[in-house]
Design a protein. Structure first.
Length: 430
């Protein structure tokens, strides 16, 4: 577990009342050098006061808008499966501007989710899937991410496994890869004391052909190396260049440390994958990525490499959370010149031509070292795919994604795009 220094610690009484949850909380506190009394017991009625007292009303804004990276408070709770209380009455009692998402996290919402991404989605080319979250909040401090100030950690993991994970695997046999805690956290920051990864490694190892996907920026992998994963756990790293790692993702290990973690996992038999995500076009980005790709492909043999330029926001928001002086002047100019055109475009704020310039350079660099490793575009537009499909050898209808629900180890092309049960009335189409 990371050496966290949480300024405040709370545990909901419902978590403390369940023996396995209570032991998990005590184990995580002990890893921080704290006794069980360090976490103050609270209940749901205190949520508005906690938010007011600790200034959490803006805790789900992008962290770059909040100033410098700050330590993460921890709140231990439980996922609620059948008796989720209404969010609105609690939200109405909170300070103005409080995120309904944060209130839902504190009330025990979470667990199984459905990403309704078709490969013709206006949000970008992606894949619909069942996925799961048990932690909301992350110590990595990435300036583009709204996971700061406080992490809500669900501790009833054994119940979660049996009530949601196993039923989903059995109900969706077409889905071969299941992703956990990729929305607002990183499971490895809290392991092995949290214990989710061991539960999932062991469960998916017992299935015929389904896999647990760890999507991470961490190098905390030592506890994984001796687990009996049987090839049913995939580890996928997001990587950035040196400057972005230091200035934009201040709580993360370096890219080199992540690559070394990947090498260790590959030696332990884990299938490994990478995404260059998010690519931040800083001054000198070409040399940074030239060095990174060379190191990556000399030290590991990944199953795939994904490419994704920093997106998810408009130009003014990006300049608010990342120092514009950090950016390559040509890309900063393109960002500003196309701000109105790209407003509300999920693949923005950088225009198509700027993004294409980056992807073209990176593909060339990857191919200098490896002619065969599958390369894909992550959450990019159909228009971008039309431009690069001839070079990639795959298109929106058949590419294999690093975190795709059908993308089992060793797969290089999809025969057919499938979707979760709830979406089968609306089949995917180009």
């Amino acid at each position: 577990m990371y050496a966290l220094s949480p300024p405040t610690l709370y545990a909901f009484r419902r978590a403390l009342a369940e023996p396995r949850s209570r032991r998990r909380i005590q184990r995580m506190l002990a890893a921080l050098g704290l006794g069980p009394e360090a976490a103050e017991a609270v209940d749901e009625a205190q949520i508005p006061d906690l938010i007011r007292r600790h200034g959490w009303s803006d805790a789900r804004l992008r962290q770059g808008l909040l100033g410098e990276h700050q330590p993460l408070s921890l709140v231990f709770g439980t996922l609620r499966f059948d008796d989720r209380p209404a969010i609105r009455p609690v939200l109405d009692a909170c300070p103005p501007g409080t995120s309904s998402r944060l209130v839902g996290d504190l009330l025990g919402y979470g667990g199984r989710g459905l990403a309704r991404e078709q490969y013709t989605s206006r949000r970008g080319v992606c894949r619909a899937r069942v996925q799961f979250d048990t932690i909301y909040g992350c110590p990595h401090g990435c300036r583009y991410c709204p996971g700061g100030k406080v992490a809500v950690v669900a501790t009833n993991l054994e119940e979660f496994l049996h009530r949601q994970v196993i039923p989903a695997a059995e109900a969706e046999p077409w889905q071969k890869v299941f992703m956990f805690n990729s929305a607002l956290s990183d499971t490895l920051c809290f392991e092995p004391e949290y214990g989710l990864s061991r539960l999932l490694v062991e469960y998916y190892a017992s299935t015929a052909d389904q896999c647990y996907l760890i999507h991470t920026k961490s190098d905390n992998v030592g506890f994984l190396l001796d687990l009996d994963h049987r090839g049913h756990t995939i580890v996928l790293w997001s990587l950035t260049g040196d400057a972005a790692c230091e200035r934009v993702e201040p709580g993360t290990p370096s890219a080199w440390e992540r690559v070394e973690a990947a090498r260790r996992c590959q030696e332990a038999g884990y299938p490994i994958r990478f995404k260059l995500k998010p690519i931040v076009p800083v001054r000198g980005w070409r040399q940074e990525y030239r060095d990174l790709i060379g190191r990556l492909l000399s030290r590991t043999r990944p199953e795939s490499i994904g490419l994704f330029l920093l997106a998810w926001m408009d130009a003014d928001e990006l300049e608010g959370c990342i120092d514009p002086d950090l950016l390559d002047p040509a890309f900063l100019e393109a960002l500003r010149d196309h701000a109105e055109e790209m407003k509300g475009v999920t693949a923005g704020p950088f225009p198509h031509a700027a993004r294409a310039e980056v992807y073209g350079f990176l593909i060339d660099e990857i191919r200098r070292h490896d002619r065969d490793v599958p390369v894909f575009l992550c959450t990019e537009t159909v228009e971008m795919w039309r431009e690069f499909a001839p070079r990639l050898g795959v298109g929106p209808q058949d590419y294999v994604c690093g975190c795709g629900p059908q993308c089992r180890p060793g797969l290089r092309r999809l025969d057919e795009v499938l979707v979760p049960t709830e979406m089968r009335a609306a089949p995917a189409a180009i």
